[in-house]
Design a protein around this ligand. Structure first.
Ligand SMILES: Cc1ncc(COP(=O)(O)O)c(C=O)c1O
Length: 477
């Protein structure tokens, strides 16, 4: 393929993208293929001879598209959103064209400096105080791993990286039982171990961890000779939106000089609306805070904003500085590869810059407010149906519910089958989770193109399909 072909195909693919996004409602949200269908349709070995782009693109449409679950579909209500927007897509095209590797300031000064400014724009947008700086990571999982590595090194006097952990005391990390699996994985990868991740009960209207129990768990561990190193606070848990009292968490942690990392991967975007910031009260006391503009802030995956109060501790943990990477004579310059685990880095700041300027913060706030309002409207409508129950009240735009007609033998199995039937139907896409010992259905609104009518349609799909489900009655007592 020649550079000149990029002009032709770039224009054709841009037209295809606009058509795709504007006709998404006519497609089923979740891919309707079976495991292996797509792999079987792809040549099992690479071609020796070049193929025309016409052929390649035709195969993309014929072979790949049927196996795509449409995350940009306006009726995507599953998981959390991974929403996107035209200015962000266009920035990604430019990023791909430049294909710059942005590990050091000198390997792409503009990428580094734009990243510094965009992180500060995001800081201002969500109301974190001055004094937090940050970096764009590929994922919240990476940010959390970096945070726990920093906590580990700080607690071990910066000896863990050099000496390993054999001979070190048992390191302990505390978190709500509602935490995301990325916290477990970070503990595995940081050598802390699953057994040393202490999961604490969470309850109350915001499903918050009990900070009295937290304090006692830390004290008991110290008495047993273990070394508590960190608490991970949660704002907007994946299952049902669980949100800790970050201020209380930080106060407990501070008494024992523990590192506090806040995982606000999904809910962080909503903090651009001042009326929701009570959910992050105390975040200014934390050591680090992560949220994903690639979830709910119109920025294509991947883009995680990782804010840090003391970047020196992070850099001391992650910077290796082999001689070939030194930017001689440029001390004081930020090399973001020293703030993250991978050395190579994409130019991620451009899509934020395009997106924030194209919408302005006020339009972004309006989107979040609509999503929250529509989700709450749906929860209220379902709550009025006698055979449905709301199993966790909306936290921002997420709530859980279940279909609970009287006299059914196994409601968990019924709700599992209901979600499968709804997703096979294709008009909407939902996921199930376990909450308070029951199988429940999650509903979140967060897709870029969702309208109030889409949410209203979800009500019709859920209620009508539920009432058509074959039901196994409970045997008489
Ligand atoms: C609360 C929470 N934390 C962390 C993550 C992990 O995010 P990422 O995919 O960016 O690693 C998720 C993903 O959904 C999440 O919901």
């Amino acid at each position: 393929m020649e550079i000149s072909d990029l002009r032709l195909w770039g224009a054709r693919i841009a037209a295809w993208g606009a058509e795709y996004l504007s006709t998404l409602r006519s497609r089923p949200v979740r891919a309707q293929t079976n495991p292996g269908d797509i792999a079987r349709a792809i040549a099992s070995s690479p071609p020796e001879a070049p193929e025309t782009f016409e052929t390649i693109f035709a195969d993309f449409e014929r072979t790949v598209m049927p196996g795509i679950t449409h995350w940009q579909h306006p009726r995507f209500f599953a998981y959390f959103p991974a929403n996107a927007s035209p200015p962000s897509v266009l920035a990604e095209y430019l990023t791909a064209t430049l294909a710059a590797q942005c590990m050091l300031w000198q390997t792409s000064p503009a990428a580094t400096e734009l990243e510094t400014v965009m992180i500060d724009w995001l800081r201002q947008m969500i109301g974190l105080p001055r004094g937090f700086s940050g970096v764009i990571q590929d994922s919240a999982s990476s940010a959390t791993l970096a945070a726990l590595l920093t906590a580990r090194e700080r607690a071990l006097g910066w000896a863990g990286n050099m000496k390993g952990l054999s001979g070190a005391p048992r390191l302990r990390v505390y978190v709500s039982e509602q935490c995301h699996s990325s916290i477990d994985k970070a503990c595995w990868a940081a050598g802390i171990g699953q057994d040393n991740l202490v999961k604490l009960p969470a309850s109350g209207p915001l499903i918050s961890l009990d900070t009295g129990v937290l304090a006692r768990a830390i004290e008991a561990d110290i008495a047993a000779g273990h070394k508590p190193i960190a608490v991970v606070g949660l704002i907007g848990g994946t299952g049902a939106g669980a949100t800790d009292d970050i201020e209380a968490v930080c106060n407990v942690a501070r008494r024992h000089d523990l590192y506090v990392h806040v995982d606000a991967a999904w809910a962080g975007s909503a903090m651009i609306c001042p009326e929701y910031r009570h959910l992050m009260k105390g975040a200014e006391l934390a050591d680090s805070f992560v949220f994903n503009p690639h979830k709910w802030l119109l920025t294509n995956f991947d883009c995680s904003a990782h804010f840090i109060r003391d970047p020196e501790a992070l850099v001391k943990t992650l910077a290796i500085r082999p001689s070939f990477l030194r930017t001689h004579g440029r001390d004081g310059i930020v090399n973001f590869s020293e703030w993250s685990l991978p050395l190579g880095r994409r130019f991620r700041a451009l899509k934020l810059w395009f997106m924030i300027r194209a919408y302005g913060v006020e339009q972004l706030r309006a989107m979040i407010r609509n999503h929250v309002a529509w989700s709450q409207e749906l929860a209220e409508r379902l709550a009025r149906e006698p055979d449905f129950e709301i199993t966790s009240a909306p936290i921002l735009s997420l709530f859980t519910f279940r279909y609970a007609p009287a006299g059914v033998a196994d409601l968990d199995a019924l709700n599992e089958r209901l979600v499968a039937a709804i997703n096979d139907d294709g008009r909407i896409y939902l996921t199930a989770t376990d909450f308070a010992g029951r199988r429940v259905i999650r509903f979140q609104v967060g897709q870029t193109y969702t309208t109030r009518e889409d949410v209203a349609l979800a009500f019709n799909v859920i209620t009508s399909m539920a009432r058509r489900m074959p039901i196994k009655p409970r045997p008489p007592a």
